[in-house]
Design a protein around this ligand. Structure first.
Ligand code: ADP
Ligand code: ZN
Length: 746
């Protein structure tokens, strides 16, 4: 065999081709080997090429021959294929190269999350395009004298259709109602000439000193520390903690300015794309031009343009959702993660990863500083500060003398609303007082729709989703029942599907549509605006809503979690939380932390300008530590308690956790598979297996789900254990095992 191999190599011209690793955007365990181009043509790692795969042609990325993934969670290398079985690479694409730091990030993230690296690469090259964006050309009046040229009526119509700005052939032909050949004919005689259509420069130069703020002493100290981190041009992680409205954004923009002065690129991650419009407005006021925006709803053309502008270094600052982590920055100098505590950073579909944690990894690989920003930092970040892994900067005061809102509890047992209603008289009175002072009020309820449950009064039947273990939520405006997990909808039935009783179905509990109905009755003169992800379809609609609020065209805002984000509403002084207890059920260990963060964030919308703010929490469990933490506004003391609860059991962040979600078409199959996996669980010191148990949604999209949790001490990596555990596992076609490293709920 070896002899034949050698002979083949010597004879064929392919002998001169180098062996090449190429990673394809497909679920293979690693890169595949190909033969590179014949010298002198060469390719380098990061080049995008087309390669044959079976009978198809695929785009792939030339990959590094050796892995740099740390040994404690790297997969086993595979055996190299014999050289004579390799096929040559076909063509080099004219795209910018995938930078080394991004390639290494892809490898690490894949190994960390136990995902085939090709699927991570797929996220990085989804928007790349071989063709550079070509400038469009249009027609303007030419130099020839029209009196010296014979003009047909058709040609005359084209001349009349010319504008001051260049128009394309198609535009002219349409306006003049002639064929395109008439337009070209005019060009031949010099009556019109071609000109580049000026596009508004999409990524204009940013001026770091365009309009710098005058910082308070406290802010200046923090800004200075962040700028020094940028100047160090090395990896460092900093938690920037500051009360809502203290100027955290203002201050980290100074670090952005510093990176720009160094001529380096910056990535700012936001948990929610809805936030980006307000953020970019503010950014433009500070730097005199727009930042590049990146998120999954971007149009294909814009996406390709932005990808390329980042790769070529033309886009200096990108603000985006977590997927912006996979952009090919050649010259990254700083990463900022705003609202770092937000669980929206966790991607649950496809490749499961936490945007905040991966931002820290990206920064480490690129050897640049990362700044995590929050008024209510995650326990993970606080633990990293405590362990000395992160630096800690704080802003204690609200900017401009604004004071933090006063938080009060309404004990709903003592001050119940009227029958069938949801707002306590204490709250409605406070809202009326705000209106009397010409101030805005907000009602927060983290539940879309009209009512979370529809019940038959006659037989007790509950309307449930056929595909999920969840109730159907009534959406009265759309006259339907909807599942918030799978999107299933049913028209509202006239009779009970179970006992056929007529008019017996009643809505139980409130969603924001119901709060809107109640508010309209209570405050008939108020101008009410609803802010929910399903009523505000686009970032643009959200931006409009925010502008209307700022312009005082609104008296009462009713919203879901979208209103909790970093908005600045200067005239809002009262926030009422309709159901402060809502997030506490469900037995999730992180529920308390999440509820405090969310409600603290909601409360932070009040009183951000001169007038002081007030927050009222409606609760049936006002003695609960979460409510007490909010009233005393002592976030740190609360997190201290949280830490004390999690430390002894080695729950995150004091231990490591991975979830195995086992799913199958039937409950029996799911149980059987989960049991088999459980029986093969490893017995290792410092490692605990919990479950199998029903997953938090025991049925989702028609699949039955069971969960096993793997918990280890912090110094034990979960990846090699999981790899070994699942190595021999055989699953039937309808069965699946999904791995979630560092799950957000446990
Ligand atoms: P945070 O991000 O901590 O919630 P922001 O940076 O949004 O706080 O600041 C709150 C408000 O105060 C914003 O309207 C911001 O423009 C303003 N602000 C903060 N610091 C300054 C400053 N030094 N000069 C002028 N305005 C400031
Ligand atoms: Zn469903």
């Amino acid at each position: 065999m070896t002899l034949d191999d050698g002979a083949a190599e010597r004879e064929s011209p392919d002998a001169a081709r180098p062996r090449l690793s190429v990673l394809l955007p497909l679920p293979f365990p690693g890169p595949l080997d190909y033969l590179g181009f014949l010298p002198p043509d060469t390719v380098e790692p990061g080049d995008l090429v087309t390669v044959p795969l079976g009978r198809r042609e695929e785009i792939g990325c030339v990959w590094d021959a050796t892995s740099t993934v740390p040994a404690d969670f790297a997969p086993e290398p595979s055996q190299p294929i014999e050289r004579r079985r390799l096929r040559p690479v076909r063509a080099l694409l004219g795209t910018p190269r995938i930078p080394e730091t991004l390639r290494r990030f892809i490898d690490w993230l894949a190994a960390y999350t136990l995902t085939p690296p090709g699927l991570v690469l797929a996220m990085a090259i989804r928007a790349c395009s071989a063709e550079p964006p070509r400038p469009a050309l249009g027609w303007v009046r030419g130099n020839a004298d029209p009196t010296e040229v014979r003009l047909t009526p058709a040609r005359r119509k084209v001349l009349d259709a010319l504008g001051n700005a260049p128009r394309t052939t198609a535009e002219l032909a349409t306006i003049a109602d002639v064929g395109p050949s008439v337009v070209r004919g005019l060009a031949n005689v010099g009556l019109i000439r071609e000109m580049v259509i000026p596009v508004a420069a999409p990524f204009a130069a940013l001026d770091p000193d365009f309009r710098p703020p005058v910082l308070s002493d406290e802010q200046a100290i923090v800004a200075q520390a962040l700028s020094e981190a940028v100047d160090a041009r090395r990896y460092s992680a900093t938690l920037l903690e500051g009360v809502t409205g203290s100027g955290k954004t203002e201050v980290y923009l100074e670090a952005v300015a510093q990176a720009l002065r160094q001529g380096r690129q910056v990535l700012v991650l936001l948990p929610e794309i809805a936030l980006s419009a307000q953020w970019t407005d503010r950014f433009a006021r500070r730097f005199g031009a727009q930042a590049a925006v990146w998120h999954s709803d971007l149009g294909a053309k814009r996406r390709r343009m932005t990808w390329r502008a980042v790769a070529e270094g033309q886009a200096r600052v990108v603000v985006g959702a977590r997927s912006a982590l996979f952009l090919p920055f050649p010259d990254l100098g700083l990463i900022v993660v705003d609202e770092e505590h937000d669980t929206a950073f966790k991607q649950e579909d496809g490749v499961t990863y936490h945007g905040r944690d991966m931002a820290v990894l990206r920064a480490r690989i690129a050897d640049v500083p990362v700044v995590l920003v929050s008024a209510t930092p995650s326990l993970e970040s606080l633990a990293n500060v405590e362990a000395g892994r992160y630096a800690h900067l704080t802003l204690a005061a609200r900017h401009g003398g604004a004071v933090l809102p006063e938080v009060g509890l309404i004990d709903m047992r003592a001050h119940p609303p009227e029958r069938g209603l949801f707002l306590s008289p204490v709250l409605t009175e406070a809202i009326n007082e705000s209106f009397a002072r010409q101030e805005q009020a907000m009602l927060f309820l983290n539940r879309r729709g009209y009512a979370p449950l529809t019940l038959c009064r006659a037989c007790g039947f509950r309307m449930e989703c056929p595909n999920c273990s969840a109730w159907l939520v009534e959406h009265r405006a759309r006259r339907e029942l909807a599942c918030h997990h799978c999107g299933h909808t049913d028209p509202l039935p006239p009779t009970c599907p179970n006992c056929q009783a007529e008019g017996s179905l009643v809505p139980i509990g409130p969603g924001i549509e119901r709060i809107l109905e109640e508010s309209r009755a209570l405050f008939p003169d108020a101008r009410i605006l609803v802010m929910a992800s399903d009523t505000l379809g686009s970032p643009q609609a959200t931006a409009d809503a925010v502008r209307r609020i700022a312009a005082r065209e609104v008296d009462l805002i009713i919203g879901t979690q979208i209103v909790a984000k970093g908005w600045h509403f200067p005239h809002l002084t009262l926030v009422g939380v309709v159901d402060a207890d809502l997030g506490l059920g469900g037995g999730d260990l992180r529920a308390a932390e999440r509820t405090v963060q969310l409600l603290h964030q909601v409360a932070g919308r009040a009183g951000r300008a001169e007038a002081p703010g007030r927050v009222l929490l409606q609760s049936y469990v006002s003695e609960h530590p979460v409510m007490q933490a909010l009233v005393s506004n002592d976030y740190r003391a609360f997190m201290e308690q949280e830490a004390n609860q999690r430390r002894p059991g080695f729950w995150p962040p004091y231990g490591r956790l991975a979830a195995l979600i086992v799913s199958a078409a039937t409950a029996e199959a799911a149980d059987a598979l989960a049991r088999t996996i459980g029986e093969h669980a490893p017995h290792l010191p410092g490692v605990q297996i919990l479950g199998p148990a029903p997953a938090p949604l025991a049925m989702l999209r028609g699949r039955h789900r069971r969960r096993l949790l793997l918990r280890t001490r912090r110094n034990v990596a979960v990846q090699p254990i999981l790899r070994q555990w699942l190595a021999g596992l055989r699953t039937a076609s309808q069965e699946r095992v999904d791995i979630d490293i560092d799950p957000v709920s446990f």
